[in-house]
Design a protein around this ligand. Structure first.
Ligand SMILES: *[C@@H]1O[C@H](CO)[C@@H](O)[C@H](O)[C@H]1NC(C)=O
Ligand SMILES: *[C@@H]1O[C@H](CO)[C@@H](O)[C@H](O)[C@H]1NC(C)=O
Ligand SMILES: *[C@@H]1O[C@H](CO)[C@@H](O)[C@H](O)[C@H]1NC(C)=O
Ligand SMILES: *[C@@H]1O[C@H](CO)[C@@H](O)[C@H](O)[C@H]1NC(C)=O
Ligand SMILES: *[C@@H]1O[C@H](CO)[C@@H](O)[C@H](O)[C@H]1NC(C)=O
Ligand SMILES: *[C@@H]1O[C@H](CO)[C@@H](O)[C@H](O)[C@H]1NC(C)=O
Ligand SMILES: *[C@@H]1O[C@H](CO)[C@@H](O)[C@H](O)[C@H]1NC(C)=O
Ligand SMILES: *[C@@H]1O[C@H](CO)[C@@H](O)[C@H](O)[C@H]1NC(C)=O
Length: 841
C-alpha cells in the first residue's frame, strides 16, 4: 500500500507537471501576444497586427494593442473582449472610428487613443462607454472640442487632449454634464484667445485646467470671472514677460486653488522678471503659486507684493540666489525653494515671515552652509533635505528660533555635526538625518534634549556606536531607523536602553554578528524589527520570547542555517510578516522540524521562494519550502529497518552459537527420509550415558540384558556406532532411528555432560515427534534429586516413560531389573532367530 503510494507520487507529479507545462506552452503561444496575467492581461504591442487577435480570451481586462496598423475601427470591433477595463490603442494608424466602435465595452475605464490621425469619428463612436473615467487623445489631429463626440461620457474624470489642433477654449455645452471632470489637459494646442463665456459650460468645481504651451495672445477681461478651478497651468503661454504681465491682469475674478506659471527648461519665454510682473494676480483669488523654470528670477526682491496674502509659494528651478527683502509682512505659511543655485540658507531673511509653518529648501545644488532661524514661532516643518549641506547645527538655537518645530529633515546632505546639548526643540517629533554623514552620534549622546521625539532616522550616516547610551533622552521614541551603521564589536550591547516605547527598529546592514539576549530585552513594545543584511547565525530563543508584541521580523540575507525547535516555540504569536529569504539554510533531515514548520507557514513567510537551501550540496539552491519531507521519512525508515535487521542478525548468530547441536539435529531431522524411519528396529534400546559410567553400563546393562532371557539388543556408542560417520549422524541414525526405546543412565556425570544433555533433549523431542518411542530413565545412586527434577522437568511424569532408581542392593537390583525388562518388553516383537536362540539357551 505504502510502496504503491510512494511510486505513484512522482509519476503523478511528472504527469501533472507535463500538463501544466503543456498548458503554459499553449497559453504563451496564444497568438503573437504576450500574456501578462493569464486570462486577464495581454500585451500585443508592435506586432504588425491589422486586427484584434481572435484568440484573446473573452475574460481579458487589460489589453495593449499599441503600435499595430489597425487602420480603422468598425462597429463592435471589440465585442469578443467585453470585459475590458483598459485599452491602449496608441499609434495604431486609426483614421476612422465608426459608430459603436467600442460598443459592448461597458466596463472600460481607460481608453488611450494617442497618436492616431483621426479623420472620421462617427457621432456614435463612443457610445456604450458608460464607465469611462479617462480618455487620452493626445496627438490625434483634433481641431476642436466639438469635433469629439463624447457627450455621452458622463462619468469622465480625465480628458487629455494635449498636442492637438484645438483653437478655442469654448467648452461645448455637454461639458455641463461632466460633473466629475477633474482634469482637462489642453497642453500644446492652438488656443490663442480666450473669451468671456468660453468656460460657461463648466460644471465641475474641482477642475485642473492645463493650458501650457498654447501661444495665448489675448485674454478677454473677465473671461475667468466667477470661474472656480482646482488648478490652472499657464507655462510658456505668453510670448514675453510683457504679454504675461498684461495677460495676468485679464484673469481677474478667477478663483483657483493652485496657479502654475513659468517656462519649460528648453522654452524660456520670460526673459525678464520685474516686480510688477505678477501684479495682475492681485485680482485673482488663489492659495498657492508655483513659479517654475523661471531663469530670470534671481532675487526674491522682484516678487510682487500680490504674493503677500497667499499661503503657499513654490519657487522651483529658478535662478534664485538672493533673498533681498522677501515680500515683507507676507502671510505666506508654506514656502518651497527647490532646484535653485542658493548658497546659503536664507535664515535671516525668512525670519521676518512670522506666519511660516512649512519651509522646504531642497535639491539645491550649491547649498552648503547652515544658518540659524530666528523668530519663526509658528514653524512646524523644516525640510532641508537633498542639498549639499556641510555644517553643524545647534539644538539650542533651533529651540530658541523655532520653538514649535515638529519635523526636521536634514537627510541626503553631505555632513552635519550634532552637538551634545542638554536642551533642544522640545516639540520635535520627527527627525530625518538619513544618508547624511553625521558627526557626534555614537561617540557622545546628542539626542538628550529631544524628549518628545517619536521618529528618528539615522540610516546610512556613517555612525559607529561606541557610547553606553547613544539614544538616551528620547523617552518617547517609537521609530528608530539606523540601518547601514556599525556597532562596537559588531554587537548591540546596551545601545537601546532608555527607549522603552520603541515600536519599530531597523538595524539592517549593520555588520552584526550576534544579538545578545538582553540587548533587546528592554523593548517590550517592539512591533517591527529589521535585522536583515547582517551576519547573524540566528537570534537567541530568549529574544523571541522577549518580543511578544512583534508583528514584523525581517531576517533576510543573514547566515541562518535553521530555526531550532525552541526558536519556533518562542516565536511571538503576533507575528504576521517573517522574511527569512537569502540565508544559508541547511535542508538535511536533521532539521526536519524546521522544514516542516516552513511548509506549514507559507502565509507568514515573505519571499518564501528566496529561501534557498545551502546544505547539503546536492540540494544547494533548491527552494526550501518545496522540500520533499517524505524524503526524510523514507531514510528514517531505512535507518530503523537496518538497525532492526542487524540486531536480528546478531541475535541469530548468538542463538546459532548456543544451539548449534539443536540446529544440526533439526536439519538432519527435517532432511530425514520419512520412509527410512520405518526400517526395522535393529536395537531394542539406545543407551545414552556418560562415558564415565561405562563400567556400570557394561556390568549392569550390557551383561545382564544381552545375555539373559528375554534377550535384548542394546545400542551402545562405543560398540555400535559406525566409524567414519559424524557422531551426530550416528546418534540420530544408529541410535534413535534404529532403536525402539531410549535408556538414559542419569548420573552426576551425565548431568554435567553437554553431549548427554543434548542426547537427552533429542530423546525428549524425539518422543514428541515419534509417538511410539519412549524413554526409560535410570537414575543412579548419589545423584542430586533436585537437579534431576530440574533437568527432566515434566518428562518425568509422562506415562509412556519409565522412571527407575538404581540402588546397589540385592533386593533392589532384582526389582530394578524386572522393571527394566518389563519396560523394554513393551512393544517388542521377536524374530524367529531370536526365539531359536532363546530356546537353545
Ligand atoms: C506587416 O504586414 C504586412 C502584411 O500584412 C506586410 O506587408 C509588411 O511587410 C509587414 N511589416 C513588417 C514590418 O513586418
Ligand atoms: C466566453 O467564452 C466562453 C467559451 O470560450 C463562453 O462559454 C462564455 O459564455 C463567454 N463569455 C462571455 C461573457 O461571452
Ligand atoms: C463589468 O463589471 C461588473 C462588475 O465588476 C461585472 O459584474 C460584469 O460582468 C462586467 N461586465 C462584463 C461585460 O464583463
Ligand atoms: C496628457 O498628455 C501630456 C502630453 O501633452 C502628457 O505629458 C501627460 O502625461 C498626459 N497625462 C495623462 C494623465 O495621460
Ligand atoms: C479634486 O481633484 C483632485 C485632483 O485634481 C482630486 O484629488 C480631489 O479628490 C478632487 N476633490 C473633489 C472634492 O472631488
Ligand atoms: C487684456 O485686456 C485688455 C482690455 O481689453 C486688452 O487690451 C489686452 O489686449 C488684453 N491683454 C491680453 C494679453 O490679453
Ligand atoms: C534611563 O532611564 C532611567 C529610568 O528609566 C533613568 O533613571 C535614567 O536617568 C535614564 N538615563 C538617561 C541617560 O536618560
Ligand atoms: C529591512 O531593511 C531592508 C534594507 O536593509 C529593506 O530592503 C527591507 O525592505 C526592510 N524590511 C522591511 C520589512 O521593511
Amino acid at each position: 500500500m505504502h510502496k504503491e503510494g510512494a511510486l505513484c507520487l512522482p509519476v503523478f507529479a511528472t504527469f501533472s507537471l507535463a500538463i501544466v507545462f503543456q498548458a503554459q506552452q499553449t497559453a504563451r503561444s496564444l497568438g503573437p501576444c504576450s500574456e501578462v496575467k493569464p486570462g486577464a492581461a495581454y500585451k500585443c504591442m508592435d506586432l504588425n497586427l491589422t486586427r484584434l487577435p481572435p484568440d484573446i480570451p473573452n475574460t481579458t481586462q487589460w489589453l495593449d494593442l499599441s503600435y499595430n496598423p489597425l487602420k480603422g475601427l468598425t462597429s463592435n470591433y471589440f465585442s469578443s473582449v467585453p470585459a475590458l477595463t483598459f485599452l491602449d490603442l496608441t499609434r495604431c494608424s486609426i483614421e476612422k472610428m465608426e459608430d459603436d466602435a467600442f460598443g459592448s465595452l461597458c466596463n472600460l475605464s481607460v481608453l488611450i487613443l494617442t497618436a492616431n490621425p483621426l479623420q472620421f469619428v462617427g457621432l456614435g463612436a463612443f457610445h456604450g462607454l458608460t464607465s469611462l473615467l479617462k480618455l487620452v487623445a493626445v496627438e490625434t489631429s483634433i481641431s476642436s472640442l466639438d469635433s469629439l463626440p463624447i457627450a455621452n461620457l458622463t462619468s469622465l474624470q480625465e480628458l487629455n487632449l494635449s498636442h492637438n489642433l484645438i483653437a478655442s477654449l469654448k467648452l461645448p455645452s455637454f461639458f455641463s454634464r461632466f460633473l466629475f471632470l477633474q482634469s482637462l489637459r489642453l497642453q500644446e494646442n492652438k488656443i490663442s484667445s480666450i473669451f468671456i463665456g468660453d468656460l460657461d459650460a463648466l460644471s465641475s468645481r474641482n477642475l485642473t485646467l492645463e493650458l501650457s504651451r498654447n501661444d495665448i495672445t489675448f485674454i478677454q477681461p473677465d473671461s475667468f470671472a466667477g470661474v472656480r478651478l482646482q488648478e490652472l497651468s499657464l507655462r510658456a503661454c505668453f510670448e514675453s514677460s510683457a504679454s504675461m504681465q498684461a495677460g495676468l491682469w485679464n484673469l481677474s475674478g478667477l478663483h483657483v486653488n493652485k496657479l502654475v506659471l513659468g517656462n519649460y527648461r528648453n522654452i524660456q519665454k520670460l526673459q525678464t522678471f520685474s516686480k510688477p510682473l505678477l501684479d495682475g494676480l492681485c485680482h485673482v483669488h488663489f492659495q498657492e503659486v508655483t513659479l517654475i523654470c523661471v531663469k530670470a528670477l534671481s532675487d526674491t526682491g522682484s516678487l510682487s507684493a500680490c504674493l503677500n496674502n497667499i499661503s503657499t509659494v513654490r519657487l522651483l528651478d529658478t535662478d534664485l540666489k538672493f533673498f533681498s527683502d522677501f515680500p515683507r509682512n507676507s502671510r505666506v505659511r508654506h514656502l518651497e525653494i527647490s532646484d535653485c543655485p542658493l548658497r546659503q540658507i536664507p535664515a535671516l531673511q525668512l525670519s521676518n515671515l512670522e506666519e511660516l509653518r512649512v519651509i522646504r529648501i531642497t535639491h539645491n545644488r550649491n547649498l552648503a552652509d547652515c544658518d540659524d532661524f530666528e523668530g519663526l514661532p509658528n514653524l512646524e516643518t523644516l525640510d532641508l533635505s537633498h542639498n549639499k549641506l556641510r555644517c553643524g547645527i545647534s539644538w539650542e538655537n533651533l529651540m530658541n528660533g523655532t520653538p514649535n518645530l515638529k519635523r526636521l529633515d536634514l537627510s541626503v546632505n553631505l555632513e552635519i555635526k550634532l552637538p551634545p546639548e542638554l536642551f533642544g526643540p522640545r516639540k520635535l517629533e520627527y527627525l530625518d538625518l538619513q544618508r547624511t554623514r553625521l558627526e557626534g552620534p555614537g561617540k557622545v549622546p546628542v539626542f538628550l534634549g529631544l524628549a518628545n521625539l517619536l521618529y528618528l532616522d539615522i540610516s546610512y550616516t556613517d555612525i559607529h556606536i561606541e557610547t553606553e547610551c547613544p539614544f538616551c533622552g528620547m523617552d518617547r521614541l517609537q521609530v528608530l531607523r539606523m540601518g547601514g551603521n556599525t556597532f562596537e564589536g559588531n554587537q548591540l550591547g546596551n545601545s537601546f536602553k532608555n527607549i522603552t516605547q520603541l515600536q519599530v527598529l531597523d538595524i539592517s546592514n549593520c555588520g552584526l554578528q550576534q544579538v545578545s539576549p538582553d540587548s533587546l530585552a528592554g523593548l517590550p513594545r517592539l512591533r517591527e524589527l529589521n535585522v536583515s543584511n547582517n551576519k547573524l547565525l540566528g537570534l537567541h530563543p530568549v529574544i523571541y520570547e522577549c518580543l511578544q508584541a512583534l508583528t514584523v521580523l525581517d531576517l533576510h540575507n543573514n547566515q541562518l542555517a535553521t530555526l531550532t525547535e525552541e526558536d519556533l516555540k518562542n516565536l511571538p504569536r503576533s507575528l504576521r510578516y517573517l522574511d527569512l529569504s537569502q540565508n544559508l539554510f541547511d535542508c538535511s533531515c536533521g532539521h526536519i522540524s524546521f522544514l516542516r514548520w516552513a511548509k506549514e507557514h507559507r502565509d507568514l513567510l515573505q519571499y518564501a521562494d528566496g529561501m534557498l537551501c545551502h546544505n547539503p550540496v546536492d540540494l544547494k539552491n533548491s527552494i526550501l519550502v518545496n522540500f520533499d519531507l517524505s524524503f526524510c521519512q523514507v531514510s528514517m525508515t531505512t535507518v530503523a529497518v537496518s538497525v532492526v535487521v542487524s540486531l536480528a542478525v546478531v541475535v541469530c548468530l548468538i542463538l546459532v552459537y548456543k544451539y548449534y547441536f539443536h540446529l544440526y539435529y533439526m536439519v538432519i531431522l527435517l532432511s530425514r527420509d520419512r520412509s527410512s524411519t520405518k526400517k526395522d528396529n535393529t536395537y531394542d534400546a539406545f543407551v545414552i550415558y556418560s562415558s564415565e559410567d561405562q563400567e556400570w553400563v557394561t556390568q549392569e546393562l550390557e551383561e545382564t540384558l544381552e545375555t539373559g532371557i528375554p534377550r535384548f539388543r542394546l545400542c551402545l556408542f562405543y560398540r555400535d556406532f559406525i566409524p567414519g560417520v559424524s557422531i551426530m549422524t550416528n546418534i540420530i541414525k544408529e541410535g534413535f532411528q534404529s532403536s525402539r526405546k531410549v535408556v538414559a543412565v542419569v548420573s552426576a556425570h551425565f548431568l554435567e555432560s553437554r553431549w548427554c544433555n543434548f542426547e537427552l533433549e533429542i530423546a525428549q523431542s524425539w518422543q514428541l515427534l515419534d509417538s511410539q518411542a519412549s524413554l526409560v530413565l535410570i537414575v543412579l545412586e548419589g545423584v542430586d534429586q533436585r537437579a534431576v527434577q530440574r533437568k527432566l522437568g515434566l518428562f518425568r511424569y509422562l506415562r509412556r516413560n519409565t522412571y527407575l532408581v538404581w540402588k546397589d542392593r540385592e533386593l533392589n537390583r532384582h526389582l530394578f531389573l524386572r522393571q527394566l525388562r518389563l519396560a523394554l518388553l513393551d512393544g517388542k516383537t521377536w524374530t524367529e532367530e531370536e526365539l531359536k536362540l532363546m530356546l537353545k539357551d
